[in-house]
Design a protein around this ligand. Structure first.
Ligand code: SF4
Ligand code: SF4
Length: 263
C-alpha cells in the first residue's frame, strides 16, 4: 500500500524538474546580486572607498592607476556596491560567471567592465566526451558550502543527470576533476594523485573563490592560493559559494550545450 501511495503521489505532483536551459532560468534570490560590473572611468582620483571595505583585496587602486576588480577573489558580499558613492561598482543580477581563463575575471580596463564568459571546449574534446561528463569531486579544504551547492544540482528540481553529467567515485572513471577549497597543504598530494589518476585527455574545474584564489583564506600560509598552482584549470566558476544556476551554466557552457541551444 505504501508503494502504491508513493507512486500515486508522484504522478499527482507531475514533473518537478525545471525547464532551464530549454526554458527561462530560475530567478536568483533577491539578496544574490549576480556578477559585478566595474566602470573604472567613474572612479575619481584619490577615491579607494570600495578597496577599503573589500574583505579579500579583490579591488585594488594604486596611485596613478585605474581601479581593478578580481572576480576570482570576490565573495559577492556586496559591500563595495553599497559603499561606492560614484556608482562605479554595480550588481548585474546575471548568474553567468564561468570563464575559461583566469584573466577573464579581471575587470577594470576599458572594454573589460564585465567578465568574459567561457567558450566551449574544442571540437575534438567535445566529440571525445560525447553527451556525457563524469567528474571526480575533490574537496580541498574549503568550508563545504560549495559542495552543498554542487549536491543541489543532483536534486529533482535541477536533475543534473539529464545532461549526462555525473559525479563519480573513482578518478579512473572520470573525465576530469571538480575542485573546491583553497587546496590546503594537507590536500595538495591527494589532489595531485587524483588528477594523475584521471585518464587523458582530462579537464579540471575550479569552483568557488577558494579554488580560484584562496577566497576568504587569502594570505594564509597553509594553502596554495587555489587549484591553479597544482592543476591546469579549464574552467573557473566564481562565487562563495556559486549559486547552483551559476554552476550548471558553467558546465553547460564548457560542453557547448548553451551554444547549441542558441544555434
Ligand atoms: S562584493 Fe566582492 S569585490 Fe565587493 S567588497 Fe565584497 S568581496 Fe570585495
Ligand atoms: S568558496 Fe566560499 S563557500 Fe566555497 S568552500 Fe570557499 S569559503 Fe566555502
Amino acid at each position: 500500500m505504501y508503494i502504491f501511495d508513493t507512486l500515486m503521489n508522484r504522478m499527482r505532483r507531475g514533473c518537478q524538474t525545471m525547464a532551464y536551459p530549454h526554458g527561462p532560468a530560475p530567478a536568483l534570490p533577491d539578496r544574490h546580486g549576480g556578477a559585478l560590473r566595474l566602470d573604472a572611468s567613474a572612479c575619481p582620483a584619490g577615491c579607494d572607498a570600495c578597496a577599503e571595505v573589500c574583505p579579500t583585496g579583490a579591488i585594488s587602486r594604486q596611485p596613478g592607476s585605474s581601479t581593478t576588480l578580481d572576480l576570482g577573489r570576490c565573495l559577492f558580499c556586496g559591500a563595495c556596491t553599497k559603499t561606492c558613492p560614484h556608482g562605479a561598482v554595480t550588481r548585474t543580477s546575471d548568474h553567468r560567471l564561468a570563464v575559461r581563463r583566469r584573466d577573464d575575471l579581471l575587470l577594470g580596463k576599458p572594454g573589460e567592465e564585465e567578465l568574459r564568459l567561457a567558450e566551449a571546449l574544442d571540437k575534438k574534446m567535445k566529440s571525445l566526451l560525447g553527451r556525457s561528463l563524469r567528474l571526480r569531486q575533490v574537496s580541498a579544504g574549503g568550508c563545504c558550502a560549495c559542495e552543498a551547492d554542487i549536491n543541489v544540482l543532483g536534486t529533482i528540481g535541477w536533475d543534473l543527470g539529464r545532461f549526462g553529467i555525473q559525479y563519480v567515485a573513482s578518478p579512473r572513471h572520470a573525465d576530469g576533476v571538480l575542485i573546491t577549497g583553497p587546496v590546503t597543504k594537507g590536500m595538495e598530494l591527494a589532489l595531485r594523485k587524483t588528477w594523475e589518476a584521471v585518464p587523458e585527455p582530462r579537464i579540471a574545474i575550479a569552483l568557488g573563490a577558494c579554488a580560484i584564489s584562496g577566497g576568504p583564506f587569502i594570505g594564509h600560509p597553509q594553502h596554495n592560493g587555489g587549484a591553479d598552482p597544482v592543476v591546469p584549470i579549464d574552467l573557473y566558476i566564481p562565487g562563495c559559494p556559486p549559486h547552483p544556476l551559476t554552476i550548471l551554466d558553467g558546465f553547460l557552457r564548457l560542453l557547448g550545450r548553451l551554444e547549441e541551444q542558441k544555434g
